[in-house]
Design a protein. Structure first.
Length: 119
């Protein structure tokens, strides 16, 4: 059995690869904004994506993305707003922002379900 941290890293790597195949450049991984964290930040043209990644060993209890509740979505939006106000974001100029979610089931054959504009 893998640790929660290892599952998270594996899930984020799969989601980042998916975004890169879609032509996005990964701008940040596990970006800390105060006490908040953004799993992935990616950019393609004038589109900036903030992606929350949820990874589990199985979906027997629930699909991992179902664990993103209203409170978690609010924290991600707050972290994104803080990041956009920060000096790190100024270099990116005016961008369209989207909040995505990635659901990853790990195991012998990992499965990624990617949801654009999830929240």
């Amino acid at each position: 059995m893998t640790s929660v941290r290892a599952r998270g890293e594996q899930g984020e790597a799969l989601a980042a690869s998916h975004l890169e195949r879609q032509g996005f450049q990964i701008v940040g991984r596990n970006v800390r904004v105060g006490r908040l964290e953004i799993d992935l930040i990616a950019r393609r043209g004038d589109m900036l994506v903030f992606c929350e990644v949820r990874a589990r060993q199985s979906a027997s209890f629930m699909d991992p993305v179902e664990s993103i509740d209203r409170s978690k979505a609010s924290r991600i939006r707050r972290a994104a707003a803080e990041w956009l106000r920060s000096g790190a974001a100024r270099a990116h100029g005016d961008l369209e922002v989207r909040f995505d979610a990635a659901s990853v089931i790990l195991g012998p054959s990992p499965q990624l379900d990617y949801y654009e504009a999830a929240f």
